[in-house]
Design a protein around this ligand. Structure first.
Ligand code: F6R
Length: 609
C-alpha cells in the first residue's frame, strides 16, 4: 500500500510528481523517491522519511525531464531506508511498485544465477530485473512488462520506464489500484484520482491484469494476452480544495469538524420526514433487500467498529440475525451462510486488501447478494458489489478515520431503517428513528462545541501510558473506536471493554494511574453502567464519563470528570458520543506532539494482506 504517480509530458514533471506524492502520503510515508528520464539518461532521488525529505534533496539538485515515475512507500519487504526506497533501477529498467510479489524469492534466486546483482531487500527490484531480462529478444518495454507480469504471483501496481524508450511509461495492475489521468498533451498514472487532481479530472480506472502504456500523445490499455482493451473515461468530482487543510492545524481536526456536513451528505436525497426513500441502494436494490433474512458484515479496523454498531441496530430494529467479522479472519475460514443472507462490506477506501478478498471469497459462499458501504466511488469494493451505498464523506486524508466512521454509521442507519420498515417495525417507532436520523447533522454540530472542555481534559492524559474505555450495548463499539483512536495517534496503550466485563479480569488493572473513560447514554443500561463505574471508583480509578445530558450521573462522586453532551436520542447516540472520543484522542496526540495525520508505522489504505 504505497503510492504511485507517473507522467509523460512536455514540461518538467518532477514538481508534478512531488505534488502527486504528497496527496498519496496517506498510503505510506516510510520513504519516497522519483526518477525522471531525459535524453536516455535516468536521474533519480530517494530519501528515507516523508515526501518533503525527498523534495528538499531534489530541490538542492533539481533535474529536468518530461517522463517520470514516483513513489511513497509503506515498508513490507525490507526496512525503511534509502536503499529499499523506490524507484529501483536494474539494467535499463527503473520501476516503482505497490503490493507484494509472493514468488519473489525463487525469481530472485534464478535472476542471481543469471548474473543480476541486487542492492535492496525488496521484491520490487526482482521485478525490475525480470523486466530487464524480458527486454531481450527484440521486445519493447510493453511486451517485456506483459511477459513479466504473467510470471508474477501476488498483488501489484507498477509504473516502469526504460532508458531505451524515452517519452513512455508502462503501468500494470493486479489487486492494487492504478488509474490513468488524461491531460492535454500529457498523460499520467496514479494510485488514485486525488494524486492527479492538480493536473486532470479525466480518469480511466484500470482493471485487474490490465497493462497500460502512456505517452504525451495518449494512453493505450492491453489485457494480459496483449490485446488492446477499451475502458471508459470518468470525470472525477474531486476538487483541489477538497484536499486542502484550510484553517485547521491537522487534517484530522478538519475532518472531525466536517462531520455534520459529511453526514448531511450521506443522508441527502435518501431520507425524508416520511422515512427512507426508495431505490437508494442502486438498481434492483429494493427487490434484493426484500428477500433478506440475515446479514453478514465484514470490514477492518474502524469500519469493523461501524459494522459492530450496525449489528445492534439491525437486530434491535429489523429483528434480523447479524454476524460481524474482521475481514482477515472471515476470508480464511468456512462460514455458515443460511439462505437469504446479505453480505455487507464496509470500507472507507474500498481498496483494503482483506475486505476486498473477503468480498470476492463471499461470491463462492452462496450469499443473496453483496452490498458495499464505501466512501470512494470507482474503488474496487464499490465496483465489485451488487449494491452500493456511498457515504459521500469527501476525501479523508488523516490516517485515523473520523468522518468515514460517522458517515458509515449514517449509511448503516439508513439500511437499518429500510430493513426495519420491511420487517414490520412499529410505525411510531419508525417515525421516531427517522426524526432522530434527520436531526443527526445538527446534533453532531452541537457535540463539537464540547471541544474546549475536551482540550482541558486532554491535559490529564499527556503523561499517561494506559487507558481503559468502557461502553455497553451499541456503545461498546464506540468505546472500541475511542480506544483505537487514542492508541493510533497518541501511542498511549488503550483497551476497550463492554462495561459488564470489567469485573471478569480487567478490573485488576485499575488503580490511580489508570484513567477509565466511559460512554454513558441515557437508557435502560444506565443503571448497570453506573454500577460498573462504582467498581472503578472503589478501586481509586480516575473516571472520565461522557454522559448524555439527561443521564443522571453524579459528577461530584467521581474522581475525574463528567462531560455532558446531548446524544440526540437512543438511535443516533452511538454516532454522537463518538465525537468527544475523537476530540479527546486528537487533543491528547497534539499535546504529546505526535504526527497526528501520519502516525508512525501506519498507512491509510491497507492494500496489502
Ligand atoms: C483507523 C483506521 C483503520 C481503517 C481500516 C480499514 O483509524 O482508519 O482501522 O478503518 O484500515 O480501512 P477501510 O475502511 O478503508 O477499509
Amino acid at each position: 500500500m504505497c503510492g504511485i504517480v507517473a507522467a509523460a509530458a512536455q514540461r518538467d514533471v518532477a514538481p508534478l510528481l512531488i505534488a502527486g506524492l504528497k496527496a498519496l502520503e496517506y498510503r505510506g510515508y516510510d520513504s519516497a523517491g522519483l526518477a525522471v528520464l531525459e535524453g536516455g539518461e535516468v536521474h533519480r532521488v530517494r530519501a528515507k522519511g516523508k515526501v518533503r525529505e525527498m523534495e528538499s534533496l531534489y530541490l538542492s539538485n533539481p533535474f529536468p525531464g518530461g517522463t517520470g515515475i514516483a513513489h511513497t512507500r509503506w515498508a513490507t519487504h525490507g526496512v525503511p531506508n534509502e536503499a529499499n526506497a523506490h524507484p529501483h533501477m536494474i539494467g535499463r529498467i527503473t520501476l516503482v511498485h505497490n503490493g507484494i510479489i509472493e514468488n519473489y524469492a525463487p525469481l530472485r534466486a534464478q535472476l542471481q544465477a543469471k548474473g543480476y546483482h541486487f542492492t535492496s531487500e525488496t521484491d520490487t527490484e526482482v521485478m525490475a530485473a525480470l523486466i530487464d531480462q524480458n527486454l531481450s529478444g527484440g521486445r519493447g518495454l510493453r511486451e517485456a512488462v506483459l511477459a513479466t507480469v504473467r510470471d508474477l504471483e501476488g498483488a501489484y501496481a507498477i509504473a516502469v520506464i526504460s532508458s531505451e524508450e524515452p517519452g513512455r511509461v508502462v503501468g500494470a495492475r493486479r489487486g492494487a489500484p492504478l488509474l490513468v489521468g488524461l491531460g492535454i498533451g500529457e498523460n499520467f498514472l496514479g494510485s488514485d484520482a486525488q494524486a492527479l487532481v492538480q493536473v486532470t479530472n479525466r480518469i480511466i480506472y484500470l482493471e485487474d491484469d490490465d497493462v497500460v502504456e502512456i505517452t504525451r500523445e495518449g494512453a493505450q490499455i492491453y489485457t494480459l494476452d496483449g490485446k488492446p482493451a477499451h475502458r471508459g473515461v470518468h470525470e472525477s468530482e474531486l476538487s483541489a480544495d477538497a484536499v486542502e487543510r484550510g484553517e485547521y492545524r491537522h487534517y484530522m481536526q478538519k475532518e472531525i469538524f466536517e462531520q455534520p456536513h459529511a453526514v448531511a451528505n450521506t443522508l441527502e436525497t435518501r431520507i425524508s420526514a416520511a422515512g427512507v426513500l426508495p431505490n437508494i441502494f442502486g438498481a434492483g436494490g429494493d427487490e434484493l433487500l426484500a428477500k433478506v433474512k440475515g446479514v453478514h458484515i465484514v470490514a477492518c479496523g474502524t469500519s469493523y467498529h461501524a459494522g459492530m454498531v450496525a449489528k445492534y441496530w439491525l437486530e434491535d430494529y429489523a429483528r434480523l440475525p447479524v454476524n460481524v467479522e474482521v475481514a482477515s479472519e472471515y476470508r480464511y475460514r468456512e462460514t455458515v451462510v443460511p439462505p437469504g443472507t446479505l453480505f455487507i462490506a464496509i470500507s472507507q477506501s474500498g481498496e483494503t486488501a482483506d475486505t476486498l478478498a473477503a468480498m470476492r471469497e463471499s461470491r463462492r459462499r452462496g450469499y443473496l447478494g453483496t452490498l458495499a458501504i464505501c466512501n470512494v466511488p470507482e474503488s474496487s469494493v464499490t465496483r465489485e458489489a451488487d449494491l452500493k451505498l456511498m457515504t459521500h464523506a469527501g476525501p479523508e486524508i488523516g490516517v485515523a478515520s473520523t468522518k468515514a466512521f460517522t458517515t458509515q454509521l449514517a449509511a448503516l442507519a439508513l439500511l437499518t431503517l429500510h430493513l426495519a420498515k420491511q420487517q414490520g417495525l412499529d410505525e411510531e417507532r419508525y417515525r421516531d428513528l427517522t426524526e432522530q436520523l434527520l436531526r443527526l447533522p445538527r446534533t453532531l454540530e452541537e457535540a463539537l462545541k464540547l471541544e474546549p472542555q475536551v482540550i482541558e481534559l486532554a491535559e490529564r492524559f499527556v503523561h499517561r501510558h494506559h487507558a481503559l474505555f468502557l461502553g455497553r450495548g451499541e456503545h461498546y463499539p464506540v468505546a472500541l473506536e475511542g480506544s483505537l483512536k487514542l492508541k493510533e495517534i497518541s501511542y498511549i496503550h488503550a483497551e476497550a471493554y463492554p462495561a459488564g466485563e470489567l469485573k471478569h479480569g480487567p478490573l485488576a488493572l485499575v488503580d490511580e494511574d489508570m484513567p477509565v473513560i466511559a460512554v454513558a447514554p441515557n437508557g435502560p443500561l444506565l443503571d448497570k453502567l453506573k454500577s460498573n463505574l462504582q467498581e472503578v471508583r472503589a478501586r481509586g480509578g480516575e473516571l472520565i464519563v461522557f454522559a448524555d445530558t439527561n443521564a443522571h450521573i453524579d459528577g461530584n462522586a467521581t474522581r475525574g470528570a463528567v462531560l455532558r453532551i446531548d446524544a440526540g436520542g437512543d438511535f443516533i447516540s452511538p454516532v454522537v458520543l463518538t465525537i468527544p472520543l475523537q476530540l479527546l484522542a486528537y487533543h491528547v496526540a497534539v499535546l504529546r506532539g505526535t504526527d497526528v495525520d501520519q502516525p508512525r508505522n501506519l498507512a491509510k489504505s491497507v492494500t496489502v494482506e
